[in-house]
Design a protein around this ligand. Sequence first.
Ligand code: ATP
Ligand code: MG
Length: 538
Amino acid sequence: MADNFIEQIVEEDLAAGRESIQTRFPPEPNGYLHIGHAKSMFVNFGIAEKYNGKCNLFFDDTNPSKEKTEYVDAIRRDIRWLGYHWEKEVYASDFFDTIYAYAERLITEGKAFVCDLSPEEIKNTRGTLTEPGTESPYRNRTPEENLRLFREMRDGKYADGEKCLRAKIDMASPNVNLRDPVIYRILHATHHRTGDKWCIYPMYDYAHPICDYLQGVTHSLCTLEFEDHRPLYDWVGYSLGFSPKPRQIEFARLNLTNLVMSKRYLKKLVEEGSVHGWDDPRMPTLAGLRNRGIPAEAIKDFCQRAGVTKAQSECEIGYFEAVVRDYLNLHAPRAMAVVDPIRLTLTNYEGEEEVEFEVNQLDENAGKRRIVFGKELYIEKSDFSLDPPPKYHRLKLGGYARLKSAYIVRADEAVTDERGNVVEVRCTYFPESKSGNDTSGIKAKGVLHWVNAATCVDAELRQYDHLLRDADYSGQDFSERINLDSEHIFHAKAEPYLAEAEDGTAFQLMRTGYYKTAVENGRHILSEIVSLKDNFNK
Ligand code: ATP
Ligand code: MG
């Protein structure tokens, strides 16, 4: 069953005799992949998987001045992390010889010409959406002259921009992309793979259909901004006699509120030091999301739920977070950490004992673990009030609350410092009220998390705001919306269990949120993956 319009087309093509499906995921190695690319992978790898086809990793490296091997390596790592497997790893630059030979063929057949207009002049003679363009004065050069000049371009006789190769199509076409588009430009730049072999490079619109064809791509899936380029994609295929011709199909980009999703802009954030790097946990890059502790499965689940359509839209970041939260709620073990601690002393308790703590009540295989309970504990400062509002179910003087997995306690006395801040609550505990075997008959509505002062560890707890403020914040420009103050650091007291966990483990810190553990320079770090509260209205 087709899940979306692309799958429907694929099924029709299979029914009409297409034997197998070949797709490709085509990143340009000019930056790190972001969550938008995850959607493209979901579509390209997903369709290949579903229809027993194959998906290549295709590096679109026709733009040497911006591409780097560092990015190639990062892209490979991120795709693997999401759990996708590519059939072949292919580069546009693998095909430069063939792409060049095809250009000579177009020239010989009178379908391309060398133009001496400057990039500026070409732009100015392109016409508009309502007016046709003007033909280049070089348009009617003979194939022999064109071939000689093109070879001279290749051999380095001309400077950047001095000449270019243009397809000879139709300057009056209603589609601006068909008005004798440039298909080769001169660029004296070192390529990350071909070095200085070439000083002319093919343009994306010309190279892409050729690379698709040479890889045997059946369905070339891309985002909507290429819809107007499809006639040119098809022109290249027809002009070069491709059979069977790859078919380009466009779908809507994934856009998320409160996230910047363009490599160019993300690069700027990194270069200007607004974030700690490409993998900063606030970044929408896959490296950032991984570092944030967001599971790959949750990202794929999100792409699935967001769906594949032709309609442009912006998805609420809250929806993404809700999907991540749903996933972690089912999978993350629970633990306790106190962010803004005050002491809680049980005046009638001596010694220590182990209490049983359910690892994840939603996962029946998770079982229970043991936590050491004692006389001196820490609770959140906000879990005790000297001046409680109505219906306050946490601790107040003379009031009762349960300590999670342990006993009910009553607050008898608050100790304050010289400024009147509560630093310690002295309580009575009730031995018959132990969790799982409560015969005390005492009613306590609030359940508080706690850590044992004798065994807890100090941890640095990091919380994050969105990197981009809401769209209605002051200016429209990204740089005005950027929230440089989006990382907040707190000092917390954590269960020793958290410190023993393997780096990168995701936990639900009870009543606090979902956090990932790490050790940095000997310090225990708990960094926020996603908040606990679901603010998003599904
Ligand atoms: P950016 O504008 O962020 O630099 P791009 O489109 O230039 O993105 P490419 O490396 O060319 O980045 O993208 C590889 C593939 O991923 C392309 O097919 C592109 O259409 C797709 N893609 C990029 N961003 C998104 C997105 N937000 N949603 C869906 N697909 C995307
Ligand atoms: Mg691009």
